[in-house]
Design a protein around this ligand. Structure first.
Ligand SMILES: *Cc1c(COP(=O)(O)O)cnc(C)c1O
Length: 425
């Protein structure tokens, strides 16, 4: 499609957008009485309507029933996490027994690493992508130390080719083959938070398995951004947060995936807690951990109901819309953003470079853009004019048009504001 840098063209795309009405379900921060141009849904998704009511329901049930709410609340608290099995499974392409919603993201990553990073002799290395999210890096370092290893000896950060910002799948595969029997685990972000690169999860998993390694993924920037098929891709484990694309509120409860082939392996090392114990005998309160035969057995604690009440409202929207439809809009919306950035470049003479891959199969919705010679004040100036984007040091602006609530009009208006800011002294 030939894009145009005009308000009427953006409006015509919005008029054809079958998902346009979902925008009404979200609360936008306001600027001069208008919705902010919100492009940081990759950092904290907007609040969907219905959240306040869902929280009030739990407050009322608590007030009304006290401890009895575990059984008598509208959604009984003792089994609260069970309401996510189908929605979370659909979201990441898993079987219901392979997913569980629990804890927070880094906690889940650590719990899964306890089970799936098992260095033995020279097979002790962890391969991950260039510029992983720092929390993941700390998790890898601490796991190495837990096993009495030096992190410098076992952590392998895959570097891009000279002059490139993202990794080529063929290079990742050959790195895996090169490390061969020294490789214990490949653990990549699904979409890298910094570059926006979406990795070929199936190909990486296959290569990891060929050399006898485990493949796990941190889907913080992929869940709710792209359709995923974790079961069919034969991924061993994965985790994700729910406050970015999944709009479930700050620090909300996170997700975990454990492949069916592992969930019944009660011999896997793990940290155990009573909520992972066989639920028929959980309240016998006896010692002797008897894990459930599903991903639920990785749960330690009883359900954080308030966070889950919010997540339910947010996840139901994804179940209703489906990732395929969201992705179809997302591809077009992000392509429009790339076009608009190119227009801004032409009109201002400013050199911008989009480091996120051009190939749509290698990116989700966000674009990372380098503005040579500019600094963080650019983001501040955009914010003063009603556009919210973020800045990642040293020099990258991340712009995330989210298909659930951003419009083509938002993208057009952003281009106008960016142009104005770049041209101002
Ligand atoms: C956002 C993000 C985190 C944040 O971790 P929390 O435990 O939710 O604070 C971790 N890893 C990745 C890859 C992220 O994108």
């Amino acid at each position: 499609m030939e894009f145009q840098n005009t308000p009427s063209f953006a409006a015509s795309l919005d008029a054809q957008d079958q998902l346009a009405s979902y925008r009404q379900k979200f609360f936008f921060p306001q600027h001069d009485g208008k919705n902010v141009l919100y492009f940081t849904g990759n950092s904290l998704g907007l609040q969907p309507s219905g959240v306040r009511e869902a929280l009030m329901q739990e407050c009322d049930d608590w007030a009304h029933f006290g401890v009895e709410a575990h059984h008598h609340a509208k959604t009984p608290w003792y089994a609260y996490h069970e309401i996510f099995a189908d929605g979370a499974a659909k979201l990441v392409g898993a079987l219901p027994e392979e997913v569980v919603v629990m804890n927070q993201l880094t906690v889940n990553l650590q719990l899964l690493l306890i089970s799936f990073y098992q260095p033995k002799g020279k097979r002790n290395k962890i391969l991950f992508e260039t510029k992983p999210f720092p929390s993941d890096h700390y998790a890898f370092e601490s796991q190495a130390r837990l096993h009495g290893l030096k992190s410098d000896d076992v952590l392998v950060e895959m570097q891009p080719r000279e002059g490139e910002y993202t990794l080529r799948t063929e290079d990742i595969i050959s790195k895996i083959h090169e490390l061969e029997d020294e490789l214990a685990l490949v653990c990549f972000g699904g979409v890298n938070y910094f570059s926006g690169q979406f990795f070929d999860i199936a190909a990486i998993t296959k290569a990891a398995h060929e050399v006898g390694a485990i493949a796990g993924f941190d889907l913080a920037h992929a869940a709710g951004n792209l359709p995923l098929h974790l079961h069919d891709w034969n991924v061993d484990f994965a985790c994700w947060c729910t406050y970015k694309y999944l709009n479930s509120g700050p620090g909300s409860v996170a997700g975990a995936f454990i492949n069916q082939k592992h969930v019944k392996n009660t011999g896997l090392p793990r940290l155990a807690g009573w909520w992972g114990h066989n639920k028929e005998t959980r309240f016998a309160m006896k010692p002797g951990f008897d894990p459930m035969l599903s991903a639920e057995s990785w749960q330690l604690s009883n359900a954080p109901v308030f966070a889950m009440a919010v997540h339910k409202v947010a996840l139901d929207i994804f179940t209703e819309v489906g990732m395929e439809k969201l992705r179809a809009k997302s591809i077009q919306l992000t392509a429009y953003l790339a076009f608009i950035l190119n227009e801004v470049e032409k009109n201002t003479g400013e050199k911008l470079s989009i480091i996120t891959p051009k190939n749509v199969d290698e990116r989700g919705c966000h674009l990372s853009v380098i503005f040579p010679g500019r600094d963080k004040s650019l983001v501040q100036k955009l914010s003063e004019r009603g556009a919210t984007v973020d800045w990642r040091e040293p020099n990258v602006m991340r712009i995330a048009p989210v298909p659930l609530y951003n419009s083509f009009g938002d993208v057009y208006s952003f281009g106008q504001i960016l142009q104005e800011v770049l041209q101002s002294k």
